[in-house]
Design a protein around this ligand. Structure first.
Ligand code: 2AM
Length: 181
């Protein structure tokens, strides 16, 4: 029988409060009427660490073992602060930008990328640009300022399964790893 492939990615998932703050910032800035496009559903707001892509579902165990090893190597907790929104014209994404990218974030993403590559997963070679997608298919000339910075204490990361449905992406967490404080 034909094997269906499944899309996975490793991500940081904000708690409900931070997701709501980010979602409210989009509403308050009136981004939808200003830029058009489609707002990310509040519960889907996240920051991708590594996009694994479409793989055989049997690879789930290998992905969890990779995350176990990265956790075992002592990945550290960190704080993120969103201070502004940004816009990428090439992919029409409005995103929340991290003010100062902590070394721990870069280290965690690199450790996962390296472990995945070593295990034979083929990853995109694009440079890692941490961002939180807030709107898709947007056309913005200018972006409003954020009323105030949004702080996010990152204490864990997740492995997420992405399902495409008629009403957009549905993200299902399939693994969770804590960061050392
Ligand atoms: P994006 O929000 O900038 O599109 C699930 O799709 C997550 O993986 C999203 O955060 C998405 O980033 C990220 N991602 C990275 N590379 C991707 C790709 N080639 N296709 C789909 N999603 C990708």
């Amino acid at each position: 029988m034909e094997q269906r492939f499944v899309r996975f990615f490793f991500a940081l998932w904000p708690d409900d409060r931070v997701q709501k703050q980010l979602s409210d910032a989009v509403e308050r800035s009136r981004l939808e009427p200003l830029c058009g496009g489609r707002k990310t559903k509040t519960e889907n707001i996240h920051l991708t660490l590594v996009f694994v892509g479409e793989v055989n579902p049997g690879k789930l165990e290998a992905l969890c073992q990779i995350a176990d090893r990265v956790k075992g190597s002592g990945a550290r907790a960190f704080d993120l602060v969103v201070e502004r929104m940004g816009y990428w014209k090439h992919n029409k994404i409005v995103y929340a930008a991290i003010a100062k990218i902590p070394q721990e974030l870069t280290d965690l993403a690199s450790a996962l990328q390296d472990a995945l590559s070593t295990a034979g997963f083929s990853l995109e070679q694009r440079a890692y640009k941490p961002h939180i997608t807030l709107m898709r298919n947007a056309s913005c000339r200018t972006l409003p300022e954020l009323a105030e910075p949004i702080a996010w204490r990152v204490r864990e990361w997740m492995l997420v399964k992405s399902e495409q449905t008629s009403s957009g992406s549905n993200y299902v967490p399939v693994g969770r790893w804590s960061l050392d404080s």
